[in-house]
Design a protein around this ligand. Sequence first.
Ligand code: IMP
Length: 427
Amino acid sequence: MGVIVVVGGQWGDEGKGKVVDLLAEDARIVLRSQGGNNAGHTVVVDDRTFKFNLIPSGILHPATVCVIGNGVVLDPRVLLEEVEQLERAGADLSNLVISERAHMIMPYHPVLDRLEEAARGDDRLGTTFRGVGPAYSDKVRRIGFRVGDLQKLRFLEKKLDFVLPLKNDILVKLYSAAPFTKESILEEYTGYASRLDRFIRDPFPIVQEAVASGERVILEGAQGTMLDLDLGTYPYVTSSYPSSGGALAGAGLGPRHVSTTLGIFKAYTTRVGYGPFPTELDDAQGEYLRERGSEYGTTTGRPRRVGWFDAAVARYAVAVNGIDSIALTKLDVLDELEVVRVCTGYVSKGMPEDHPMANISHLKHLEPQYEELPGWGRSTREVRKFEDLPKEAVSYVQRLEELAGAQVDLISVGPGREETIRRRESW
Ligand code: IMP
């Protein structure tokens, strides 16, 4: 069986949650490898809608162990809200494991996120204000707090004695904002410690054992390749590594165990926040796709920017992640269009350019080159076999495969688990 790495191929929100939920049926472990509660995913089961920010999608499968891996930064308050919401809905959380090495968002991180964004003025990034960037910065500076610190409160207190003055200095002197007190943070986090204790463990033995015995392990990505700190449209990126390499580091696994790298792509493109987006539709067509595709953020409710499928981005994502299988989502959103456009590459200063370079100054000046394909003008939501799709939809999918350079093995035609076309029995 082996490890399936699920990565977003675009700018996030590709529908990874639904795909992971489907694959989790026969998984021993679903492991969320990076990101924080900046991400959000929706899973629909039997008319019930579940919204998660941190807890892996596999939680709805009782036999699956769900791990929040070492690459994640988590806000304990948000995690506890999710735990309570799921327990109220009757979910069994005894299989939830939180790595003691995952980092925590501290109360000053969201405050600094907001202040830094305001200070950037016109160059702001459009962050989710969840404190994710500041928390990862502290991890890199080695002044971060890890989930395991909740089990060593004396150590946590000692570290606060060193770290909090650094933070308060910035808050007070640079931004004229209110400082935090050690006592209030200690009180808050001591409360989290007792409520989260049952989940905190080192997942290393569980994950290694599953891999060694050939059981299915799924690494659930958050965000997408073009938001990757190194490979995306820097600085308009998140502060972690949503690519497949980042997923492995965030899980504590090596590439030898990976059997499939599954890239998730929406049948068109969306992006939240600022930054280059060559195929963006700033018109009625974009508005139509946004409404039809309910393109509003799961975490922040922000309207997403919408555009045509960008095959140059897809080719790039296939290459940098080593994607060998694609899941194409939301095909049904295109059902009523007369014409569907696909960006096959760009022109830059009069010269053809066929990959996005992931370089922001470059991306801004790219002119997308489009190919037009006929629409299919009827609903695909009831279709369950590839050959039953309208022939124009088949041609669209086949053209995306050719341009992206990987096979489309799964197509989603609606939010429900059953609204799926599988072109492959197993992964
Ligand atoms: P941050 O991750 O909150 O620092 O935000 C940085 C950028 O990443 C912003 O443009 C966000 O909109 C974007 N971003 C972060 N998480 C997600 C996600 O889960 N989906 C889509 N965009 C995201």
